[in-house]
Design a protein around this ligand. Structure first.
Ligand code: PLP
Length: 433
């Protein structure tokens, strides 16, 4: 194939992705979709530009417009979370973690985090960002259900281990963390609490999940593209700390883990922050209601749903044990072939601990909620999963019909809000991405 053919192929693959995603029910818990306004604002000259440092104190000339946008992004995020300090320059949540761990553990030492089988993220693990900084990583003790920190045992462990950093927040994240319970002992022992809010940032913003800064977390790290439905970036927040504390984080971000910071997606982040300000409460409420309806629908149809005796979930996520139907990997593959996309996931306490073929499935309803699906549709999706996995039926056509009945992103601004509908007319059509 010559270069032109290859280029056409790449373009066609992008079109195929748009088309396919418009026909599937996406239940990957770490994803979301941008509004038309947020998406249109990704197409800008900042793709070509650099701006190291802070607005007004850059190492390049020519940054006056990005300075204004970055300041706006900082102010918006600061306001939403009532934070004192904000950094919006991280290209991802993993880099936010990398920066914070390096700032708070300059000489190594012990950290405590959730293990991968306790829902922790790879950046909290020995082989990820934390492993580069910590000499030792202890794991939070869990209660019997596997989804909560055992607070009494955790306090004992903190006394014994004396970690520098205590990391709360996870990738399999159903219930709030005991930040307020652990804060006094952490304060006594000089342990910094880092709360990784990547998954639940939008729910915190919408007042539907714990407020980690109010409960005593020193720092929040997060992605901006899961329940906080912005472009793919990362942020760091803190409240109640002096400038010296923040300075170490500031330096760890730049020049520690970044140089330029992908300026092109800052305008889109601003749009998402404005949408969160306007629609965030309704969105977060609807996401949690949908997650519970979806969990109840699965449970009623015989699926072993995590947390069944305690309300299933307080977040956008639902976890299911799929062992009796062949395990998480096999079931996730069959669902995907039928137009339902989710991921397989280790469940707490799995004996095999095989992350490539675990028992569990993790679902998230945040994207389908953003397309306007409500509790009735969640029950319908649970029914399709039952038909597919338990009854062995092909459900691709039903999934496609359900998805195509909800083509428009809700809880966001459209292109008319930008006053640029004409220029972006071709992309406004349908917005089925
Ligand atoms: C708890 C947690 N932290 C960090 C991340 C990494 O985020 P990013 O993909 O923005 O690097 C994830 C990703 O899903 C996550 O679940």
């Amino acid at each position: 194939m010559n270069n032109r053919h290859l280029l056409r192929e790449i373009s066609q693959l992008c079109e195929a992705q748009e088309q396919w995603r418009g026909e599937t029910l996406n239940l990957i818990a770490s994803e979301n979709v941008l509004s038309p306004a947020s998406r249109a604002l990704l197409d800008n000259d900042f793709h070509h530009r650099y701006a190291e440092g802070h607005p007004g104190a850059r190492y390049y000339e020519g940054t006056r417009y990005v300075d204004a946008i970055e300041e706006r992004a900082r102010d918006l995020i600061r306001g939403i979370f009532d934070a004192d300090h904000v950094d919006v320059r991280l290209p991802s949540g993993t880099m936010a973690n990398d920066a914070v761990f390096s700032a708070l553990m300059p000489d190594g030492g012990t950290a405590v985090a959730h293990g991968i089988d306790g829902g922790g993220h790879i950046s909290h693990a020995r082989f990820g960002a934390l492993g580069k900084r910590a000499d030792r990583i202890a794991q939070w003790p869990r209660t019997e259900d596997g989804f909560h920190v055992d607070v009494a045992a955790a306090k004992d462990m903190l006394h014994k281990e004396r970690p520098r950093v205590a990391i709360l927040g996870r990738s399999l994240f159903l219930f709030p963390e005991p930040v307020a319970d652990l804060r006094p002992v952490c304060e006594d022992l000089g342990i910094h609490i880092v709360y990784d809010a990547s998954h639940v940032l939008g729910l915190i913003a919408g007042g539907q999940f714990q407020d980690p800064l109010a409960e005593g977390a020193d720092v929040i790290t997060a992605s901006t593209h899961k329940t906080f439905f912005g472009p793919q970036r990362g942020i760091i927040l803190s409240r109640g700390h002096d400038d010296a504390f923040w300075k170490s984080i500031d330096r760890a971000v730049f020049p520690g883990v970044t140089s330029n910071h992908h300026l092109f997606s800052l305008p889109s982040l601003c749009a998402a922050a404005l949408e969160i300000r306007q629609f965030g409460r309704d969105y977060a409420r609807d996401v949690v209601a949908n997650a519970r309806a979806f969990a109840a629908g699965l449970h009623r149809r015989g699926f072993p749903v995590a947390g069944a005796t305690i309300g299933y979930t307080c977040s956008h996520q639902v976890a299911v044990d799929a062992e009796q139907w062949g395990g998480g990997r096999d079931v996730a593959r069959r669902l995907c072939e039928n137009g339902i996309v989710c991921n397989f996931n280790l469940l707490p306490g799995e004996p095999r601990k095989n992350a490539r073929n675990p028992r569990g499935l993790r679902f998230g309803v945040q994207e389908m909620t953003r397309y306007g699906m409500a509790e009735g549709e969640m029950d319908a999706v649970a029914g399709l999963i039952h038909d597919c996995i338990v009854r062995g039926k092909a459900v691709a056509a039903q999934c496609r019909r359900l998805r195509e009945a909800h083509p428009t992103v809700q809880y966001g601004f459209d292109l008319e809000s930008l006053g640029r509908a004409e220029e972006h007319g071709s992309r406004s059509a349908g917005q089925t991405g």
